[in-house]
Unconditional design. Sequence first.
Length: 546
Amino acid sequence: MAEINSLEIVDADNTARFPEGMLVANVNNSARSLEGIIARFYKDLNSSVVAGGTADVLTVAANQTLTAYYDGMILGFKIASTNTGAVTVNVDGIGAKAVKHPDGSAMAAGELVANSKVLMVYDGTNFQVISYFLDVAVSASATAAAGSAAAAAADAILTAADVVSTNADVVSTNADAATTTQDAIDTAADVVSTAADVVSTNADVVSTNADVVTTTAIANSYAVSFNFSTTTAMADPGSGVIRFNNTSPASTTAIVADDLDADGTDQSAYIISWDDSTSTNKGTLTVRQGTVFATFTVTGLTDNAGWSELAVTYVTGAGTFVDATLSFAGFRRTGNKGATGDGDVTGPSSSIDNTLPRYDSTTGKLLQGSGVTVDDSNNVGAASLTLTTDLAVAHGGTGSSNASDARTALGAAALGANTFTGTQSFADNIASRPLLQDYGEIVNAIGSTGGGTQDIDLTLGNVITATVDTSANTFTFSNPTATGNNCGFILYLTNGGSQTVAWPASVDFPAATAPTLTEAGVDILVFNTTDAGTRWYGNLVGAAYA
């Protein structure tokens, strides 16, 4: 299908739709075809098409039938999502082409704003943006781009004028179709008017860009413009450049900034004031690049005559900074450190490590060592400590200043006449000089051994009863007291002689001979060890009890 780029500049060469001597009956269709060419071109120029794809990889479905890109092809469309970096566009599936500024630079994040309308022209290699809405401060090249948009739109006027001229020739050649052709001329005139509107719109863009530049100048009184560099070397960054000492803002501990901002203005007096606060935290520095930002606490600054290095601590941020992209650094100063007190509290000229201080008078201004220490593990110590008031007992006790009252406070009677309830565990500790009266011992009643191995566990009792039956039986002993303590137990063994009974190898019987046990009756054996069971002394103290 023919489109606007198929029209010829020379009027007489436009014979495809209106050949010489054409039949009157064909004029209507030819004129309508011309109107369609103009309408599709206009629709692809007025940004009524909404770009598809993603924010950085755009796709456009043109109204024109396009099978290849051509130098000078103009397209206008609406941006759906704000870009995050370099942009490509693919029209009608012909192939992706880079979208760039007229100076050949790639689009930076945030330059193609959602819902804005963009005018682009293909230069034979890439699409150049000649009109678009800017969300951030623009340079002189953006203003030049808007000027190019105006020139391109003017070219569109000339082309539309050629169309009008061509239509006029058609009127002269086809006098019988004057009325129909006049309609086509009117349509072309409408295109001329629309193109004039585009020129006016481009002029508005130039005005808007000027406003943005003015706004940037105002913003620079609060934030300094820089070109961001992803280089991490802490050295002179170069004119108008700022950079971090780490590619990750969260790991950044130092920042270098040139004395000149991105416009070449000397900002050194302002920048070196960023550490003027007498507080440790000098202030908060935020570096912003479109929607990307990083906030730091400034703790120091070194003026290197031409550039400054700042010591910083990361606070928060979002996004990834793009190299060679316009950024802004805004600083908020912390107030000076407040005045200190009178400084009239005094103490000794030296102190003992970990010692707690205490007041030495009622003035509240004289301190001395207390003799009480708290070490780095929170252990409390005191060389000599006498209680003059009740001391609260931990875990809910009422507290007392002596042992007897403390036992009473804990609900225990005096040790001279005390009744224990429940199990009392000494945990292998010494009970010195006890006088035992009316006591018993726990019996571990094993019952029938059932043959095989039978362990005697002394934690279950030191008096054991057992009956040998079924088959041969081997005894083992476990959990005696530690070496240096006498540990013993009594074994009441029934029918020990009815089956073969084997004893641990560590048992030593008199004359190294195990006793003969009763086949039907009770034998009493006693075992003792003083070396935790390495050697047991065994004795049969009674036999054949009924």
